[in-house]
Design a protein around this ligand. Structure first.
Ligand SMILES: Nc1ncnc2c1ncn2[C@@H]1O[C@H](COP(=O)(O)OP(=O)(O)O)[C@@H](O)[C@H]1O
Ligand SMILES: Nc1ccn([C@@H]2O[C@H](COP(=O)(O)OP(=O)(O)O)[C@@H](O)[C@H]2O)c(=O)n1
Length: 209
């Protein structure tokens, strides 16, 4: 069984995808990490984020250290959001994701284009969202916990810029797949959001459509 979880920045899709993976005993891939690792690699190589070719070269990564705190920084997230608009970067990262989705037994993947491009055949698709102000305050809390001195206004501006880039790009833009279940977590805490996601996936599997 493949479960596709898509949504905008800080909507809670990663939290939900990890919980679904635990609940259904499936492996999980945070595909945002691939774009973040590409961005970090590009920055470390001194490459130009305005060059699609340089960014595509940086996408050839053997191993990703998911615990590297640099991957989660705003700087890396910002560059990831820019280079993810390049078709050559998306193409370079495609096979890794489709292979993960196709493994025997299935998988949970979260990102922007899982239900639309990577695994359109997924048995269950969720589109997780929340109001920009709510997402900004969640991201702010996360950054402050990590010791960053940032303000709500700048985090909100960053979230809005990221939304505009992710939905406005030509290559695999962020959008809800026609057969995806919409889950707005604005007025839910983590436990409520996870419970709603599990219930939605179970209902979809039971209905078989
Ligand atoms: N429903 C929720 N209510 C409050 N905080 C949440 C909720 N879902 C996620 N969070 C918190 O918001 C932050 C962003 O969540 P995350 O799952 O990483 O989002 P995404 O993967 O969409 O960027 C994390 O600190 C997470 O603990
Ligand atoms: N499947 C995916 C996943 C991420 N991305 C891009 O990669 C960037 C970082 O993704 P992320 O999921 O780690 O970012 P957050 O939503 O956690 O801020 C996003 O801004 C997207 O532009 C993408 O284009 N396609």
């Amino acid at each position: 069984m493949i479960i596709a979880v898509d949504g905008p920045a800080a909507s809670g899709k990663g939290t939900i995808a990890r919980a679904l993976a635990r609940h259904f005993g499936l492996p999980h891939l945070d595909t945002g990490l691939l774009y973040r690792a590409t961005a970090l690699n590009l920055l470390e190589m001194g490459g130009d984020p305005d060059s699609e070719f340089a960014a595509a070269r940086a996408a050839h990564i053997e191993q990703i250290d998911a615990d590297d705190p640099e991957l989660r920084s705003e700087a890396v997230g910002g560059v990831a959001s820019r280079i993810s608009a390049y078709p050559l970067v998306r193409a370079a990262l495609l096979e890794r994701q489709t292979r993960f989705a196709a493994q025997p037994g299935g998988a949970v993947l979260d990102g922007r284009d899982i239900g639309t491009v990577i695994a359109p055949q997924a048995e269950a698709k969720l589109f997780v969202t929340a109001r920009p102000e709510v997402r900004a305050s969640r991201r702010l809390a996360e950054l402050r916990r990590a010791g960053r001195n940032v303000h709500l206004a700048e985090v909100l501006a960053d979230i809005r810029a990221r939304d505009a880039r992710d939905t406005g790009r030509g290559a695999a833009p962020l959008r809800q797949a026609e057969d995806a279940i919409l889950l707005d977590t604005s007025d839910m805490d983590v436990e409520q959001a996870i419970a709603a996601a599990i219930a939605a996936v179970e209902a979809r599997l039971a209905s078989g459509s």
